[in-house]
Design a protein around this ligand. Structure first.
Ligand code: SAM
Length: 225
Protein backbone atom coordinates (compact mmCIF):
# COMPACT_ATOMS: atom_id res chain seq x y z
CA UNK A 1 0.00 0.00 0.00
CA UNK A 2 1.42 3.40 -1.01
CA UNK A 3 1.26 5.39 2.19
CA UNK A 4 0.09 8.99 2.05
CA UNK A 5 1.42 11.19 4.76
CA UNK A 6 -1.80 12.28 6.46
CA UNK A 7 -0.86 14.99 8.94
CA UNK A 8 -4.27 15.13 10.62
CA UNK A 9 -4.69 11.34 10.89
CA UNK A 10 -3.52 10.86 14.46
CA UNK A 11 -5.47 13.86 15.71
CA UNK A 12 -8.71 12.88 13.92
CA UNK A 13 -8.40 9.32 15.25
CA UNK A 14 -7.82 10.54 18.81
CA UNK A 15 -10.77 12.93 18.53
CA UNK A 16 -13.19 10.16 17.55
CA UNK A 17 -13.11 7.58 20.33
CA UNK A 18 -16.71 6.62 19.51
CA UNK A 19 -15.51 5.09 16.24
CA UNK A 20 -11.85 4.25 16.90
CA UNK A 21 -11.88 2.61 20.29
CA UNK A 22 -8.96 3.77 22.45
CA UNK A 23 -7.22 1.49 24.96
CA UNK A 24 -8.45 -1.75 23.38
CA UNK A 25 -7.05 -3.92 26.17
CA UNK A 26 -9.49 -2.28 28.59
CA UNK A 27 -12.37 -3.86 26.62
CA UNK A 28 -11.11 -7.43 27.01
CA UNK A 29 -14.17 -9.54 27.77
CA UNK A 30 -16.63 -6.69 27.20
CA UNK A 31 -16.43 -5.77 23.51
CA UNK A 32 -20.17 -6.26 23.10
CA UNK A 33 -20.72 -3.16 25.24
CA UNK A 34 -19.28 -0.83 22.60
CA UNK A 35 -21.97 -1.93 20.11
CA UNK A 36 -25.69 -1.19 20.18
CA UNK A 37 -26.65 -4.85 19.92
CA UNK A 38 -25.24 -7.98 21.49
CA UNK A 39 -24.54 -10.18 18.45
CA UNK A 40 -21.67 -12.19 16.88
CA UNK A 41 -18.35 -10.37 16.55
CA UNK A 42 -16.25 -10.66 13.38
CA UNK A 43 -12.88 -8.96 13.02
CA UNK A 44 -10.64 -8.12 10.07
CA UNK A 45 -6.96 -8.10 10.95
CA UNK A 46 -5.05 -5.68 8.71
CA UNK A 47 -8.22 -3.91 7.60
CA UNK A 48 -6.45 -1.24 5.55
CA UNK A 49 -8.84 1.44 4.32
CA UNK A 50 -11.88 -0.56 5.38
CA UNK A 51 -13.83 -0.99 2.14
CA UNK A 52 -14.49 -4.69 2.79
CA UNK A 53 -15.53 -4.34 6.41
CA UNK A 54 -17.81 -1.38 5.68
CA UNK A 55 -19.54 -3.42 2.95
CA UNK A 56 -19.85 -6.41 5.27
CA UNK A 57 -21.31 -4.30 8.09
CA UNK A 58 -23.85 -2.75 5.71
CA UNK A 59 -24.85 -6.14 4.31
CA UNK A 60 -25.00 -7.92 7.69
CA UNK A 61 -26.58 -5.72 10.39
CA UNK A 62 -26.98 -8.87 12.54
CA UNK A 63 -23.19 -9.06 13.02
CA UNK A 64 -20.82 -6.68 14.82
CA UNK A 65 -17.55 -5.90 13.04
CA UNK A 66 -14.28 -4.62 14.40
CA UNK A 67 -11.55 -3.46 12.02
CA UNK A 68 -7.99 -3.87 13.25
CA UNK A 69 -5.28 -1.78 11.64
CA UNK A 70 -1.91 -0.63 12.93
CA UNK A 71 -1.30 2.37 10.62
CA UNK A 72 -2.93 5.74 11.35
CA UNK A 73 -2.42 6.88 7.76
CA UNK A 74 -4.48 3.95 6.47
CA UNK A 75 -7.06 3.67 9.24
CA UNK A 76 -8.04 7.32 8.75
CA UNK A 77 -9.74 6.35 5.46
CA UNK A 78 -11.97 3.83 7.23
CA UNK A 79 -12.72 6.37 9.94
CA UNK A 80 -13.67 9.11 7.48
CA UNK A 81 -16.05 6.77 5.66
CA UNK A 82 -17.66 5.74 8.94
CA UNK A 83 -17.98 9.36 10.12
CA UNK A 84 -19.70 10.32 6.86
CA UNK A 85 -22.08 7.34 6.93
CA UNK A 86 -22.22 5.91 10.45
CA UNK A 87 -23.06 2.24 11.01
CA UNK A 88 -23.99 0.94 14.48
CA UNK A 89 -22.26 -2.41 13.95
CA UNK A 90 -18.81 -1.27 12.80
CA UNK A 91 -16.02 0.03 15.01
CA UNK A 92 -12.28 0.37 14.49
CA UNK A 93 -9.16 -0.19 16.54
CA UNK A 94 -5.65 1.08 15.91
CA UNK A 95 -3.44 -1.67 17.26
CA UNK A 96 -0.81 -4.21 16.21
CA UNK A 97 -2.28 -7.70 15.79
CA UNK A 98 0.49 -9.06 18.00
CA UNK A 99 -1.64 -7.91 20.93
CA UNK A 100 -4.86 -9.71 19.96
CA UNK A 101 -4.92 -12.12 22.88
CA UNK A 102 -4.46 -9.22 25.30
CA UNK A 103 -7.43 -7.48 23.66
CA UNK A 104 -9.95 -10.30 23.52
CA UNK A 105 -11.02 -12.93 26.04
CA UNK A 106 -11.17 -16.56 24.91
CA UNK A 107 -14.04 -17.07 22.49
CA UNK A 108 -14.98 -13.39 22.34
CA UNK A 109 -14.51 -13.30 18.56
CA UNK A 110 -16.59 -15.47 16.23
CA UNK A 111 -14.68 -15.12 12.96
CA UNK A 112 -11.35 -13.67 11.75
CA UNK A 113 -10.96 -12.19 8.26
CA UNK A 114 -7.50 -11.84 6.74
CA UNK A 115 -7.56 -10.02 3.43
CA UNK A 116 -4.51 -9.39 1.26
CA UNK A 117 -2.22 -9.57 4.25
CA UNK A 118 1.30 -8.22 3.74
CA UNK A 119 3.25 -11.13 2.19
CA UNK A 120 6.62 -10.48 3.86
CA UNK A 121 8.41 -12.52 1.15
CA UNK A 122 11.78 -12.82 2.93
CA UNK A 123 12.10 -15.95 5.06
CA UNK A 124 13.62 -13.96 7.93
CA UNK A 125 10.34 -11.99 8.14
CA UNK A 126 8.05 -15.04 8.13
CA UNK A 127 6.98 -14.39 11.72
CA UNK A 128 5.34 -11.15 10.59
CA UNK A 129 2.98 -12.95 8.20
CA UNK A 130 -0.51 -12.90 9.66
CA UNK A 131 -0.86 -16.63 8.92
CA UNK A 132 2.31 -17.56 10.85
CA UNK A 133 1.62 -20.08 13.61
CA UNK A 134 2.19 -17.43 16.30
CA UNK A 135 -0.80 -15.51 14.92
CA UNK A 136 -2.82 -18.71 14.36
CA UNK A 137 -2.36 -19.47 18.06
CA UNK A 138 -3.92 -16.13 18.94
CA UNK A 139 -6.84 -16.55 16.50
CA UNK A 140 -7.47 -20.02 17.93
CA UNK A 141 -7.71 -18.61 21.46
CA UNK A 142 -9.78 -15.52 20.79
CA UNK A 143 -12.27 -17.49 18.65
CA UNK A 144 -12.12 -20.58 20.89
CA UNK A 145 -11.57 -22.95 17.96
CA UNK A 146 -13.41 -20.75 15.46
CA UNK A 147 -12.62 -19.98 11.84
CA UNK A 148 -10.52 -17.84 9.51
CA UNK A 149 -11.57 -16.54 6.08
CA UNK A 150 -8.54 -15.56 4.02
CA UNK A 151 -8.19 -13.88 0.59
CA UNK A 152 -5.09 -12.90 -1.34
CA UNK A 153 -3.75 -12.54 -4.86
CA UNK A 154 -0.28 -13.55 -3.69
CA UNK A 155 0.37 -17.16 -4.66
CA UNK A 156 3.43 -17.58 -2.43
CA UNK A 157 1.58 -16.26 0.61
CA UNK A 158 -1.38 -18.51 -0.20
CA UNK A 159 0.89 -21.58 -0.46
CA UNK A 160 2.66 -20.64 2.77
CA UNK A 161 -0.68 -20.11 4.54
CA UNK A 162 -2.08 -23.47 3.37
CA UNK A 163 0.99 -25.18 4.84
CA UNK A 164 0.98 -23.13 8.00
CA UNK A 165 -2.71 -23.84 8.69
CA UNK A 166 -2.39 -27.54 7.78
CA UNK A 167 0.66 -27.93 10.05
CA UNK A 168 -1.34 -26.27 12.80
CA UNK A 169 -4.03 -28.94 12.39
CA UNK A 170 -6.70 -26.72 10.86
CA UNK A 171 -9.36 -28.11 8.52
CA UNK A 172 -10.37 -26.48 5.25
CA UNK A 173 -14.05 -25.76 4.53
CA UNK A 174 -13.78 -23.86 1.25
CA UNK A 175 -11.05 -23.09 -1.25
CA UNK A 176 -10.93 -21.26 -4.55
CA UNK A 177 -7.91 -20.53 -6.72
CA UNK A 178 -9.92 -18.08 -8.83
CA UNK A 179 -12.64 -16.60 -6.68
CA UNK A 180 -14.04 -14.19 -9.26
CA UNK A 181 -14.57 -17.02 -11.74
CA UNK A 182 -16.00 -19.42 -9.18
CA UNK A 183 -19.55 -20.12 -8.03
CA UNK A 184 -18.95 -18.32 -4.74
CA UNK A 185 -21.68 -15.76 -4.14
CA UNK A 186 -21.80 -12.61 -2.06
CA UNK A 187 -18.15 -11.65 -2.31
CA UNK A 188 -17.39 -8.14 -1.08
CA UNK A 189 -14.19 -6.77 -2.52
CA UNK A 190 -11.40 -5.17 -0.55
CA UNK A 191 -9.37 -2.22 -1.87
CA UNK A 192 -6.48 -4.51 -2.79
CA UNK A 193 -8.78 -7.05 -4.36
CA UNK A 194 -10.30 -4.42 -6.66
CA UNK A 195 -6.85 -3.20 -7.64
CA UNK A 196 -5.27 -6.59 -8.32
CA UNK A 197 -8.23 -8.24 -9.99
CA UNK A 198 -8.34 -5.27 -12.39
CA UNK A 199 -4.77 -6.19 -13.32
CA UNK A 200 -5.96 -9.74 -14.10
CA UNK A 201 -4.59 -11.46 -10.98
CA UNK A 202 -6.65 -14.45 -9.83
CA UNK A 203 -7.92 -14.14 -6.27
CA UNK A 204 -7.33 -17.05 -3.88
CA UNK A 205 -9.78 -17.66 -1.07
CA UNK A 206 -9.72 -20.08 1.85
CA UNK A 207 -12.07 -20.80 4.74
CA UNK A 208 -10.55 -22.87 7.53
CA UNK A 209 -11.41 -23.74 11.11
CA UNK A 210 -9.44 -24.78 14.18
CA UNK A 211 -9.82 -28.27 15.59
CA UNK A 212 -9.94 -28.94 19.30
CA UNK A 213 -7.63 -32.00 19.45
CA UNK A 214 -8.12 -32.48 23.20
CA UNK A 215 -11.88 -32.64 22.84
CA UNK A 216 -11.56 -35.13 19.96
CA UNK A 217 -9.23 -37.38 22.01
CA UNK A 218 -11.54 -37.24 25.01
CA UNK A 219 -14.51 -38.16 22.84
CA UNK A 220 -12.64 -41.10 21.32
CA UNK A 221 -11.54 -42.38 24.75
CA UNK A 222 -15.12 -42.13 25.96
CA UNK A 223 -16.28 -44.18 23.00
CA UNK A 224 -13.65 -46.89 23.69
CA UNK A 225 -14.75 -47.41 27.30
N1 SAM B 1 -7.17 -5.75 3.97
C1 SAM B 1 -6.96 -4.58 3.15
C2 SAM B 1 -7.29 -4.87 1.71
O1 SAM B 1 -7.42 -6.06 1.37
O2 SAM B 1 -7.44 -3.93 0.93
C3 SAM B 1 -5.52 -4.02 3.30
C4 SAM B 1 -4.43 -4.90 2.79
S1 SAM B 1 -2.81 -4.20 3.07
C5 SAM B 1 -1.78 -5.09 2.00
C6 SAM B 1 -2.36 -4.91 4.63
C7 SAM B 1 -2.75 -4.05 5.81
O3 SAM B 1 -2.50 -4.79 7.00
C8 SAM B 1 -1.95 -2.76 5.92
O4 SAM B 1 -2.83 -1.67 6.06
C9 SAM B 1 -1.10 -2.96 7.17
O5 SAM B 1 -0.85 -1.75 7.87
C10 SAM B 1 -1.96 -3.93 7.97
N2 SAM B 1 -1.18 -4.76 8.90
C11 SAM B 1 -0.10 -5.52 8.60
N3 SAM B 1 0.37 -6.15 9.69
C12 SAM B 1 -0.45 -5.78 10.71
C13 SAM B 1 -0.46 -6.07 12.09
N4 SAM B 1 0.47 -6.87 12.64
N5 SAM B 1 -1.42 -5.52 12.86
C14 SAM B 1 -2.36 -4.70 12.31
N6 SAM B 1 -2.39 -4.37 11.01
C15 SAM B 1 -1.44 -4.90 10.21
Amino acid sequence: MRLRNVPHAKETINNNPHYVIPEPKDHRGSWQQIFEKNQPLHIEVGMGRGRFLYGMAQANPQINYLGIEKMDSVLINALERLMKNPLPNLRLVRVDAEQLDEMFARGEVDLVYLNFSDPWPKKKHAKRRLTHENFLKQYETITDFGAIHFKTDNRSLFEYSLMSMANYGMKYDFMSLDLHNSEYEGNIMTEYEARFSKKGHPIYRLEAHFVNQVQICQTMLCEEE
